[in-house]
Design a protein around this ligand. Sequence first.
Ligand SMILES: Cc1cc2nc3c(=O)[nH]c(=O)nc-3n(C[C@H](O)[C@H](O)[C@H](O)COP(=O)(O)OP(=O)(O)OC[C@H]3O[C@@H](n4cnc5c(N)ncnc54)[C@H](O)[C@@H]3O)c2cc1C
Length: 602
Amino acid sequence: MAITEVKVPDIGDFKDVPVIDILVKVGDTIKPEDALVTLESDKATMDVPSPIAGTVKEIKVKLGDNVGEGSVILTVEAENTAAAPAAPAKPAKTAPATTPAPVTAAAPSKPATPTPAGSYSGKVDIETDMLVLGAGPGGYSAAFRAADLGMKTAIIERYATLGGVCLNVGCIPSKALLHVAEVMDEAEHLKAAGITFTAPKVDIEALRVHKSKIVGKLATGLTGMAKARKVEVIRGFGSFIDANHIEVETTSGDGQDKTGEKKVVRFQQCIIAAGSQAMHLPFLELNDPRIVDSTGALELKQVPKKMLVIGGGIIGLEMATVYSTLGTRVDVVEMMDGLMQGPDRDLVKAWERQNAHRFDNIMLKTKTVSAEAKKDGIWVKFEGEKAPAEAQRYDLVLQAAGRTPNGNKIGADKAGVAVTERGFINVDSQMRTNVSHIFAIGDIVGQPMLAHKAVHEGHVAAEAAVGQKSYFDAKIIPSVAYTHPEVAWVGVGEDEAKQAGRKIEVAKFPWAASGRAIANGAEYGFTKLVFDAETHRIIGGSIVGPSAGDMIGEICLAVEMGADAVDIGKTIHPHPTLGETIGLAAEVAHGSCTDLPPMRKK
Ligand SMILES: Cc1cc2nc3c(=O)[nH]c(=O)nc-3n(C[C@H](O)[C@H](O)[C@H](O)COP(=O)(O)OP(=O)(O)OC[C@H]3O[C@@H](n4cnc5c(N)ncnc54)[C@H](O)[C@@H]3O)c2cc1C
């Protein structure tokens, strides 16, 4: 059989591009179109496909070699020499396509094959390589990454500012208020150290301004960063017309008032980042100002005397913390058998002990069944284990019973993008939907609905869109309740592992033995690490106590790096810090902790 040389085909303007991956080895049997090597220019990565079937005889390039059109990559003993083509095949360019991209089934690592544009043939106002729908943390991060990687990028956002739920009505305003509440709580605790302050006076208007200033500062920063990257921001409500066009009904003002004007944007690739919105109970309409969701609660229109929080999850408990510190008495109703589903129960118990003073009633295994707005308040009826017999009166009712994705509101079907009944969009590990040039990220693709997950996914999608071999392969995603104290957890929990019958080793360091925790009045806290009993590698961890959220990142890194207790325990942590409790918990795991009474020999 004849030996055929496979050469780099015409790759456009690119000369001397490095080989960044060799995808076959001598002896491999290959088929036409099998990727042989990956080349990377400053604009794109591209796989060079095989023009023939046969067996790889010799590889003529090595990693890092610079090649251009005509460079010999390898030799192949062809299966059938008659089938060998006269000209080498075109490489599969995975960077921004110059023709509209395809509507094919999702194929994570395969580049898009150009196909004709969608069905729309009308006027087009804006053309772009990458179009991002929604400017939340996922959307703007994806857009900025795409622009940094060389794509002409535009982003559609219905509101006046970038940042989405997280910046405008979520993570940031809630943390601004939680910080104020924490300082107020801490000032009160200083009584025990002989320091007393006069009772705080709350100027609610000034507090609102303080919160808005923080949000405004960050929003201005985002606008500047979009400008610096030449990311075009299109203000309006976007809806797909087909798989390559989105129609934008432009909006103006502070809200989403439509101007009546429409624009059509044609895109090569798109990232859907349209997020989620608060779920509302059918009998709790928001037309009464005393019934709010988290957005309404963050507006801080009043400090009510008595408040009901529906839903004992993170968002509900964070808002309960703020309002209770400002002077509100709080009831919580939760259908499940415990508050804060997610972390191990021992952390929640420690949290509950510190927070018991905030609540009049915690109604577990109970649901809200009706509400009646009367002059003197909202009268709410409950059913379940802890339901009071009579309707209860509240000055404010917060619905924090979860969030629902916006997948069914963007005309996704017109682009052929599949959306589940609940409004989620399924994606593969490169964040591609079933339409391979349309990606989706953030809350709209599923739980956990967290900003840091959205940002990470946004980067993966943008990198995959330019042809990089980027995948969402994070082992873990941390969660934090920014309450007082904070609760942070990541990876496999002790409760979950025990329920699943998984063999684990658990090491706990009580903060009662931490000098810093005692000095800070936080000796109730603890740090817990979970190790796999066979490999001894860390698989999870959790912390309850002040700054738990700032410390959990170290445990995340340890899990991602496959660290064991010795790696963590022998890493010198600064003393005296709350962070050193992670190192100390690892020492507990391998039996070398000298900050606790002698451990029993195993
Ligand atoms: C009160 C509260 C506190 C939170 N605190 C935290 C926290 O501390 N840490 C954390 O990690 N997460 C927190 N979250 C969750 C976090 O806000 C979300 O996970 C995150 O914002 C999701 O980002 P995203 O980019 O997917 O979508 P979103 O932030 O929801 O952004 C989507 C954007 O798309 C826009 N959009 C939607 N449809 C269209 C359309 N058709 N046309 C144009 N624009 C459109 C929306 O206006 C929005 O700006 C909190 C959420 C809430 C409500």
